[in-house]
Design a protein around this ligand. Structure first.
Ligand code: GLU
Ligand code: ZN
Length: 306
């Protein structure tokens, strides 16, 4: 048994959790628990404009329903702002960030490189001539961008959004990349298991670990769940929300059984609990391709997709 394994489940309360999220959480939970490790639950709610009221509580309820537990109280990113601020100050002190006033349109027009799926186009360095001190002269909103130099990690990326408030003081919020590194390092996370849509973020996060002098966890990226059109599971594929399944009377063992079959841990999609899967868990058996979730498979567990 490996010592001190700590995994984490990190729902974003920007919408409802669906069958795709459940598969990733199940894998992350089984991996940590099967090594006798801890599981932390972190609510990634710093993306405030997109955060939906009630979605965090709903996510906790979904996880409990699935039979995935965690250690200690949920960790809430909006309650950890001083830690992120501290990390930003460190990057500023090293002159590793600069204030960028570009709009999304500016970046798209100037960028020639192909767009990374979730990260937008590689930033072409329009504001890279600025120094940290130049920020004091800016009155508008800006982003702190990390200088990545010649490293091939998709361009200088945003670590903080800074904006003037009505009181005249500046407010700001960390970007996902910075918050996730500060949290995973600060909370002692040793393994990060997440969807492979986040692969492009990993080199950026590794650069932040290195720069901030923090030890990096191990990373595993698992294929996503897709709908019949081959695209990532989303609203367009109908309602696959866990809360809707729950309301429709689907048993959690049924969805866990289906997901376990998709990961190669059992030969059929027979109902099973997350706990009972512990001895069957392995990462290796998970197919490298996305899991194609069809209405027929969901009908097989008694859920009609509308
Ligand atoms: N909160 C992110 C999500 O729900 C996960 C981020 C991560 O695992 O690093 O997609
Ligand atoms: Zn700029």
């Amino acid at each position: 048994m490996t010592q001190h394994v700590t995994g984490r489940l990190a729902p974003s309360p920007t919408g409802a959790q669906h069958a795709g999220n459940a598969r990733t959480y199940l894998i992350a939970w089984l991996s940590a628990r099967s090594q006798g490790g801890r599981v932390l639950l972190r609510i990634e709610d710093i993306d405030s404009p997109r955060v939906k009221a009630g979605a965090a509580d709903q996510a906790l309820e979904d996880l409990r329903w699935l039979g995935l537990d965690w250690d200690g109280d949920p960790i809430v990113q909006t309650q950890r702002m001083p830690l992120y601020k501290h990390a930003l100050e460190e990057l500023k002190a090293q002159e590793l960030v600069y204030p960028c006033t570009c709009t999304r349109g500016d970046v798209e027009r100037a960028a020639s490189a192909p767009h990374l799926e979730h990260e937008g186009p590689a930033y072409p360095g329009i504001c890279a001539h600025r120094s940290v001190a130049d920020a004091a002269r800016l009155e508008q909103s800006f982003s702190w961008r990390m200088r990545v130099g010649a490293r091939d990690i998709g361009g200088d990326f945003v670590v903080w959004k800074s904006f003037p408030s009505r009181s005249g003081r500046r407010e700001g919020t960390p970007a996902y990349q910075l918050a996730v590194v500060v949290d995973d390092a600060g909370l002692g996370v040793t393994e990060v298991i997440r969807g492979d849509d986040l692969v492009p973020s990993t080199p950026r996060q590794l650069l932040l670990y290195q720069t901030l002098g923090l030890g990096a966890p191990g990373f595993v990226h698992v294929p996503l769940v897709v709908g019949p059109d081959g695209r990532r599971l989303a609203k367009r594929h109908g309602d696959t929300r866990l809360s809707s399944m729950r309301q429709a009377g689907v048993r959690p063992e049924a969805i866990i059984g289906l997901l376990a079959w998709s990961c190669g841990w059992q030969p059929t999609s027979a109902p099973i609990t997350a706990q009972a899967l512990l001895p069957h868990f392995e990462l290796r058996s998970i197919p490298k391709e996305p899991f194609l979730l069809t209405p027929d498979l969901l009908a097989g567990i008694g859920f009609r997709v509308v």
